[in-house]
Design a protein around this ligand. Structure first.
Ligand code: TYM
Length: 334
């Protein structure tokens, strides 16, 4: 607990110049709603990003851009700690120690590792393999109670819990065992690709029309949604097997704040063309003020620098406390 409030930690990798609509609806948008009730710590996890090859100048740009996207989406730099992961060396330090409390068998089971190794067969590095341990370190360093993420991170979260529990059992209570905070299935937990609605929306979608980016132009958003793969029926309803329509209904309801039932009622008797246009326009309209704030923020690099510097100082002082405690427990002379 910090200031009697429960602690939230989460992060996004700066591995592209814009987050996806999946990142936004599965994670970022929910962070904004939690910032008053919790002590929140949000990191731009650049150390995670280098598990896949990054172009250095682009990574620097993406890192700053992601911080600006956090703020543009509504995260208040006065209320939350926002920082860049590599600025706080305790992440690497705790990660090493936790590596020694994680079994190979546990890491072998991680589906994201299996997927990413398939996608990057030329670079199956050890960092990609131990990535979930770094993620556990991120979370456990801040004695985090709750981790708001999309459904794809559930397995990593469970590993973080297992590691925390294992360490606590061996050495007495050291870490808070964190809970995942994942939206409901029809509320953004897993936004699907517009082109392959059985697969998660991802920036690495082989079809560029499959993924909407937070910084996409309105006309591109509307075009991508118009081309979204649906089904051969003509009924807008949320039903097993209607993956494309279910996904669009989820997107529509999360950006408009209407329930899925309300959305279905609105489009009863109307064709898919009408529905898709409404979804595209609603997304573009929802993202418009975010994009405007983003453009302003990117003109003020000094401000962004002040946010991440202050964030790193605050994160450092919390992280150092945890690492000191951990070092004592394992028997290091400190
Ligand atoms: P990353 O960068 O892949 O994704 C960031 C967040 O977006 C969510 N997300 C989605 N949610 C719904 N639908 C989708 N299609 C979709 N795609 C992505 C992810 O679940 C995530 O919440 N390992 C993490 C980053 C991380 C982290 C942490 C998160 C590192 N350390 C500590 C929480 C706590 C990742 O790769 O997220």
């Amino acid at each position: 607990m910090i200031n009697d409030k429960k602690v939230i930690f989460s992060g996004i990798q700066p591995s592209s110049d814009s987050v996806t609509l999946g990142n936004y609806l599965g994670a970022l948008k929910n962070w904004v709603t939690l910032q008053d009730e919790y002590s929140c710590i949000f990191s731009v996890v650049d150390m995670h990003a280098i598990t896949v090859r990054q172009e250095p100048a682009q990574l620097r740009k993406n890192t700053l851009s992601l911080l600006a996207q956090y703020i543009a989406c509504g995260l208040d730099a006065e209320k939350n700690i926002m920082f860049i992961q590599s600025h706080v060396p305790q992440h690497a330090e705790l990660s090493w120690i936790l590596n020694c409390f994680t079994q190979m068998g546990e890491l072998n089971r991680m589906t994201q590792f299996k997927d990413k190794s398939q996608k990057h067969p030329e670079n199956i590095n050890a960092g990609l393999y131990t990535y979930p341990v770094l993620m556990a370190a991120d979370i456990l360093l801040y004695q985090t109670d709750l981790v708001p993420v999309g459904a794809d991170q559930k397995q990593h979260l469970e590993l973080a819990r297992d590691i925390a529990h294992r360490f606590n059992t061996l050495y007495s209570d050291t870490f808070v065992v964190p809970d995942a905070y994942i939206p409901a299935k029809n509320a953004g937990a897993k936004i699907m690709s517009l082109q392959t609605p059985t697969a998660k929306m991802s920036k690495s979608d082989p079809n560029p029309n499959g993924c909407i980016f937070l910084l996409d132009k309105p006309e591109d958003i509307i075009r991508k949604v118009k081309r979204a793969v649906t089904d051969s029926e003509a009924e807008v309803c949320y039903r097993e097997g209607k993956d494309g329509i279910n996904n669009l209904l989820t997107i529509y309801s999360t950006v408009t704040g209407k329930s899925v039932d309300e959305a279905v009622a609105e489009f009863t008797g109307r064709g898919y063309g009408d529905f898709k246009l409404a979804v595209g326009e609603a997304v573009a309209e929802h993202l418009r003020p975010i994009q405007e704030r983003y453009d302003d923020l990117m003109k003020n690099k000094d401000y962004l620098e002040s946010v991440y510097k202050k964030g790193a100082e605050s994160a450092f002082s919390i992280a150092r406390r945890t690492v000191t405690k951990v070092k004592k427990k394992v028997g290091f002379i400190i």
